[in-house]
Write a protein that binds this ligand. Sequence first.
Ligand SMILES: C[S@@+](CC[C@H](N)C(=O)[O-])C[C@H]1O[C@@H](n2cnc3c(N)ncnc32)[C@H](O)[C@@H]1O
Length: 325
Amino acid sequence: MLDYSDLYRDLQGTPLEPWLDSLPNRISKVFSDSPHGDLGRWLDVLRRLPEITPSATDPSADAVTAGESGDCDPATRQSIEDLLRQLHPWRKGPYRILGIPIDTEWRSDWKWNRLKDKIHPLDDRRVLDVGCGNGYHCWRMAGAGARLTIGIDPSLLYTIQFHAIKHFMGKWPVQVLPLGIEDLPRGLETFDSLFSMGVLYHRRSPLDHLLDLRGYLRQGGELVLETLVVEGPPGQVLVPEGRYAKMRNVRFIPSPATLLSWLKRCGFANARIINTTLTSPDEQRSTDWMRFQSLGDFLHPDAPHLTVEGLPAPRRAIFLAEKRD
Ligand SMILES: C[S@@+](CC[C@H](N)C(=O)[O-])C[C@H]1O[C@@H](n2cnc3c(N)ncnc32)[C@H](O)[C@@H]1O
């Protein structure tokens, strides 16, 4: 089990307090029902991380940083690196823990740098990051001044990676919960900023996903939505029949104009696009910390503007919109 007592205490007396009626049981159930055979091994990694107080922590650095190599002796540092490596694959980052560079599959800092100066400033805001992976962007949100950042992701491994990082980062107001969006209770219309990045194309019903997101924002709150897009006119949507870039569960890839119209239909105001980027194999690649295949293996060998299936290569766009009646 993971310890969320800090979070439960922090939610008391806030607009999120009603969540406490169901949250502790819901989290216990994730662990009691978890069929994942590696869970015990991952939790053991967390238990074995030594107690060290880093000289400083910095969640606003491109590589989220806890301490430096001089904060512990070389043997302890090596044992920490060995333990962190047991949580392979590390997809989102980078991190730098006691001088150990965790070179993740994704340069997630590039995505953050594309949006950080365009979103509503996060100072003092309550933020929800849906599908947060191991919580890399949650740290960046805390570094940008958020009062409380809660990430949710149904992957237990990514949640445990988050706790391994939190072990060294200490008491920043950041939490990652092992939950999917379907596990959130209705009526939590309280978040000031809500991020959904890299999730929409996995959803069976993209419009329902947008409506769900709207349901967790307060009036006037901001949605930051990042997803795969295809070039094309309003109304165009790619629905891959089989795999897309070797991924099995990619369902809808709209053109930017189509997604803007979906946002409007779902009741969002001031919907706009702030960035479009063709993903490069410099941004998503295999590394020593993610030894499986990556983007370079998913692109067509003779035509890198296509995936191996002959579909348009991954292009991602970031949208902002507000909840206003
Ligand atoms: C492509 S990753 C994106 C991670 C991160 N948001 C980013 O932009 O780098 C998509 C994440 O969504 C998570 N996910 C899948 N189904 C979900 C659900 N029902 N609710 C919330 N997250 C989900 C996956 O576990 C995965 O970590």
